[in-house]
Ligand binder design. Structure first.
Ligand code: TXA
Ligand code: MG
Length: 308
């Protein structure tokens, strides 16, 4: 095993935090069975203690040791793992996962990430890896090492890797009998779920507002004010563009995807918001992004970034 993974394992075992790559965004990791480590993660990230964390595993068997599955959970797991699906599952009594990471409920978000390095690390661990996105609460998620908050980097061991392949967080799902409840839009689109599960009803019912603070109105925010669905750019605004048009910024402009590819736009979104945040513009203007497929997830993140 690579040196960095040996160090990461050692750090986790002694209750320290790590930053790990995934196909969606970078994660801030702690031993899910270590209460003190989880507390320090919440405090470093400035995350409200009632906002639950996702647990990352290397394979289905390990999840089954800790959680109960109904038949639909199992079908979703087999279709989308490893990959950007988070399933909310009922924890078994015997599980050593700390309840503090799930707001003291028995329902925990679980996923198997699709990243070779992190999978290798997970396979070597005897505990699941609790891991929210590696950003300060309410700030932009990081898809590149260079976008990580300094405070996090100084307080966690960083596993260096490439830019996250998808760039948008996982899709969070809780099944309700034969219904699929999407709690957070993500890298897996509703259309994709419909395609593979045509007989199941898809709902979007927020079960308990305090349980899904990732759905809070203000989230994923840059430091600068942000306007979305713009048709004209003001003189002091930086521009986040999409596709081909005549819009220009006098200060700084980036294009999420010149060829109007929503996948490419999703991959670039958080990185470009970070670059705009660091640029000389006073505020950020974002053009309209099509509200279909991944565009729905992108719009969800932009709306929250704008606090709308
Ligand atoms: O792609 C991802 O999901 C990334 C990578 C690192 O895996 N992680 C991530 O974690 O985005 P986080 O904590 O930033 O977002 C998890 C979302 C939050 O909106 C949280 O409220 C919701 O999932 N969530 C987690 N556990 C939950 C639970 N037990 N019940 C309801 N919602 C839950
Ligand atoms: Mg997050």
């Amino acid at each position: 095993m690579e040196k960095i993974l040996i160090s990461a394992k050692k750090a986790l075992k002694s209750g320290k935090l790590i930053i790990f790559p995934t196909e969606t965004v970078y994660g801030l990791g702690a031993d899910a069975t270590n209460k003190e480590a989880i507390k320090s993660l919440y405090s470093l990230k400035k995350r409200p203690i009632n906002n639950p964390l996702i647990c990352h595993f290397s394979n289905l068997l390990k999840i089954k040791e800790n959680f109960e599955f109904n038949s639909l959970d199992l079908k979703l797991a087999k279709k989308f793992w490893p990959g950007p699906l988070t399933l909310i599952l009922k924890k078994k009594q015997s599980s050593k996962i700390q309840s503090i990471l799930s707001n003291n409920t028995n329902f925990v978000g679980c996923r198997i990430p699709k990243n070779i390095v992190t999978l290798k690390l997970l396979r070597s661990l005897s505990f699941p890896l609790a891991g929210p996105s590696a950003n300060i609460a309410n700030k932009i998620s990081a898809t590149r090492i260079s976008d990580l908050s300094k405070k996090l980097v100084e307080n966690a061991l960083v596993i260096n890797s490439n830019q996250s392949k998808f760039g948008l967080e996982s899709t969070v799902i809780k099944t309700c009998g034969e219904k699929i409840n999407i709690l957070r839009l993500g890298s897996i689109t509703e259309d994709e779920i419909l395609y593979y599960f045509p007989k199941n009803k898809i709902i979007k019912k927020n079960l308990n507002k305090s349980l899904s603070p990732g759905n809070l109105k203000k989230h994923y925010s840059p430091n600068k004010p942000i306007r979305i669905n713009v048709k004209k750019i003001k003189s002091n605004e930086g521009l986040l563009n999409f596709g081909k048009n005549n819009l220009k910024s006098k200060i700084f402009a980036l294009n999420l995807s010149e060829k109007s590819d929503l996948k490419e736009a999703g991959k670039n979104l958080f990185h470009y918001l970070n670059l705009l945040d660091e640029s000389k513009c006073k505020s950020i203007a974002v053009v309209e992004i099509p509200k279909k497929g991944l565009g729905k997830t992108i719009n969800d993140r932009l709306k929250r970034a704008a606090g709308k």
